[in-house]
Design a protein around this ligand. Structure first.
Ligand SMILES: [Zn+2]
Length: 172
């Protein structure tokens, strides 16, 4: 059955644990318990949000793209499960807020390009919504990504997503 009344929105938050430390194989950061992090550079623990599409250049690095997309799909599904969002919505609207850990470089007063970040988050999030049964499919009428907001906070890399359950829409 379709959910005809909008439900309560849920807020999901992913925060970078620490920046990747390039020493030897895997992250070289020494953790509080004295062990080495050891995780891959692509691990979600090393990122506040999926990396810019610029990372993949002109489609040259397909393996890296699939690896990163899969990791974020899993992470988003984990966050959705923890949020308690009901499954089986006819449609959801999602809004996002990206927090960047550094100000744009000197002279680069314009900062990051929204489209470069939006797509790499929008796609795996839609796939997670579909895979977990929150929506029937990540097609346009069931899944819309709305506002994408930029935020800066020193040394914090973080993504907040708000999921608004909406009444189902159908083609005329
Ligand atoms: Zn690490």
């Amino acid at each position: 059955m379709l959910d005809l009344q909008p439900g309560e929105p849920v807020v999901l938050e992913h925060r970078r644990d620490h920046a990747y430390v390039k020493v030897g194989r895997g992250c070289g950061l020494i953790l509080a318990d004295g062990t080495r992090c050891g995780l891959s550079k692509n691990a979600v623990e090393h990122h506040g949000f999926p990396p810019s599409i610029n990372l993949f250049g002109s489609g040259a690095n397909r393996w890296a793209y699939q690896d990163i997309k899969q990791r974020w799909m899993d992470r988003f599904e984990e966050l959705l499960n923890a949020s308690g969002l009901e499954r089986g919505h006819g449609r959801v609207l999602v809004e996002g807020e990206w927090t960047f850990p550094r100000r744009p470089a000197k002279g680069g007063r314009f900062g990051p390009d929204q489209g470069n970040y939006r797509g790499p988050t929008e796609k795996p999030f839609g796939d997670a919504l579909e895979r977990g049964g929150w929506i029937a499919g990540d097609y346009w009428l069931a899944y819309q990504f709305g506002e994408a907001t930029y935020r800066y906070e020193k040394d914090v890399a973080m993504l907040r997503l708000v999921v608004f359950p909406m009444p189902a829409e159908t083609f005329e």
